[in-house]
Design a protein around this ligand. Sequence first.
Ligand code: ADP
Length: 454
Amino acid sequence: MFKKILIANRGEIALRIIWACRELGIQTVAVYSTADADSLHVKFADEDVCIGPPRSSDSYLKVGAVIAAAEITDADAIHPGYGFLAESAHFAEVCEACRIKFIGPGPNVIRLMGDKARARETMLAAGVPILPGSRGSMSDEKEAMRLAAKVGYPVIVKAAAGGGGRGMRVVPSPDDLAAAISAARSEAKAAFGVPDVYIEKYLRNPRHIEFQVLGDSFGNVVHLGERECSIQRRHQKVLEESPSTALNPKLRRRMAEAALKVARSVGYQNAGTVEFLLDEEGRFYFIEMNTRIQVEHPVTEMVTGIDLIKEQIKIAAGESLAFRQEDILPVGHSIECRINAEDPESFVPSPGKITTFHLPGGPGVRVDTVAHSECAIPPYYDSMIAKLITRGNNRMEAISRMRRSLDVMVVEGIRTNIPLQRRILRDPDFIRGNLHTGYLDRLLERKEPAAVAS
Ligand code: ADP
């Protein structure tokens, strides 16, 4: 087992990884930018190294600085968390070359899945259903027109290197295609450094359902059930739950088999997530695989009782999975609300100093956060400041625990999306499990009932 792990991340996920290391008796090294000097992830790590100024490109994304910190502290492994360098094949390669274990899959798998157009091709060859669309990335405009006509409008133009909902354009008709491709290309180039885009059939009102998988270095691959992530704003998840109300045992089995096929077809090692869109007729399609831990991993932990971060570390250390598929028996229901520092109506980020911070507690409630009273939320990073997670013996109990938790959670000094989450938790469609990726836009179009606004 590793003696010391460096955590190449910040915020709640860095702290979450520290807790897992403590339970495993592993020393931890935090890295931080000058904007995060007072962060709890720095305070609770055994050692810490400042790796640069606030901007991510000068600190958390700086491969040389992170590797130097690992060398100086003699860390034998690096956990990348999510975001930043988590899906950088180059970073995983540098770790390998420096004989530091990267806690995640190998660089080749990261590179393959990081090119979503290539990943589509690979899955098609493996017999996993994908949406009709381009083979590989699309460069020629005439060919794009031909292909989109064949697939049928609406189509969606997506960045091959995309992530976080960026670099995507829905195209309702042929007139909009050329402009959409050029906009998506420049957005992709700016955000990811790669302009490649591909075309896919656009589904109206699908559900986003993803499966958690774990693979060890002995070829064992298991899945830990699904997460329903259809509540999104601008293709970004806002609330997630497990299990999904949309799956019956048969559909769940079929989707899980497809997820395992995806993982096996690339010899997947470590934790990964296979994302699908599910249409209204119950047909599902692979959209991408994320080769890292996900923000929403806690809902899976809450229903399976499996600590995914500890599993990631054990797998990277060369241990075999301690359980088989038949040992994984999800129980109950779990919901996660992302608490963001943003205006609940305009969604404009709201960084600043938190004056009062009060967390809910009691049975079935978990909060993953580094925020606290008097802490500053820097403006340089993602606006998520906490994850509020509940578990119940059934969905209704998870919902009522989430409602009472949101009602007593206090964050003063900055604005948050707590009012929006409270509204979702009381919405009849949400309660019925009547969800799709357009759900939140629809909810926001309706005027907020006064009773909930107060
Ligand atoms: P990212 O890597 O940026 O997260 P994804 O490919 O995972 O991008 O898609 C994110 C979200 O965008 C999906 O959950 C869904 O809401 C929407 N989306 C992506 N592809 C399609 C599609 N073909 N049809 C309809 N919605 C889509």
